[in-house]
Ligand binder design. Structure first.
Ligand code: IPD
Ligand code: CA
Ligand code: CA
Length: 262
């Protein structure tokens, strides 16, 4: 199943790269405030679903652009282009994200960065890899020596002030904070130790399903804002090596309104 996911991710990545050469001709549609979709998103999603369905016609699919396709207890969670805003601006940071969930557990994960030709993979219990190299989260044992990733609110501004308060609490304690624009890659970079931790409010399941398995299989921790495992449903995510995850969780917990304790 991981091989099929890798094949689908590579095909989608190749297609996205072709689109980067003709961005001027790309029509950008607006799904909502600052929420865009292009033919690149749709074509990449079509290619991924076609490849998965050819191998596993009975599996269910949850894909960002086409929604839920009913099937059996195997469910593929797909973000064909994570980082659409970057993509439409020609900013070189985006990825394909594919995960397989079965009976509530993530089993397989692929995040593909076509610009760097980096393929991050994980299988439950089998570790995480970047191309053929085994991944481990960073060894950093304190925020004071950490580099963090985050995502700014950009669709709904409902939690802008909350996010700013978390940023204010974390930034001065770190080496720095990056906002690169692809949550899937942010998590892949936590898994590979390039980032020590990551937090973001209100993501979609497709943004984080694959990346979260990469992090846990690389020895890290992923949780929702209450320290629980409801992050795919709530979209509120804290990830990091165990030490950094715990520091972020304790620092931002008291700043969150009650409805974000999930
Ligand atoms: C977005 C990216 C971004 C995150 C957003 C996501 P999209 O995904 O992951 O980093 O901050 O919340 O929606 O819309 O480009 O697939
Ligand atoms: Ca996304
Ligand atoms: Ca997307």
């Amino acid at each position: 199943m991981l091989n099929i996911a890798v094949k689908a991710a590579r095909q989608a990545g190749k297609l996205l790269l072709r689109y980067t050469g003709q961005l001027g001709n790309l029509t950008v549609e607006t799904k909502g405030r600052n929420d865009f979709v292009t033919a690149a998103d749709r074509d990449a999603e079509y290619v991924i679903i076609k490849t998965i369905r050819a191998a596993y016609p009975n599996h269910a699919i949850l894909a960002e652009e086409s929604g839920l396709h009913a099937g059996n207890e195997y469910e593929w969670i797909i973000d064909p282009l994570d980082g659409t805003t970057n993509f439409v601006h020609g900013y070189p940071q985006f990825a394909v994200s594919i995960a397989l969930r079965r009976r509530g557990q993530l089993d397989q994960a692929v995040v593909y960065d076509p610009l760097r030709d980096e393929i991050f993979t994980a299988s439950r219990g089998g570790g995480a890899h970047l191309n053929d190299r085994r991944l481990r989260v960073s060894q950093s044992n304190s925020l004071s020596s950490s580099l963090l990733g985050t995502g700014f609110p950009f669709k709904s501004m409902e939690y802008l002030e909350t996010w700013i308060s978390t940023f204010r609490a974390l930034l001065p304690r770190t080496h720095g904070v990056r906002r690169a624009g692809s949550a899937a890659l942010d998590l892949a970079h936590v898994a590979s130790g390039r980032l020590d931790g990551f937090w973001e409010i209100g993501l979609g399941a497709w943004d984080i399903a694959a990346g979260s398995l990469l992090v846990t299989e690389a020895g890290g921790i992923v949780s929702d804002f209450a320290g629980g495992q409801a992050f795919l449903a709530s979209g509120n995510v804290i990830a990091g090596n165990p030490r950094i995850h715990s520091e972020i969780t304790h620092l931002i917990g008291p700043l969150l309104p009650p409805e974000l304790h999930c």
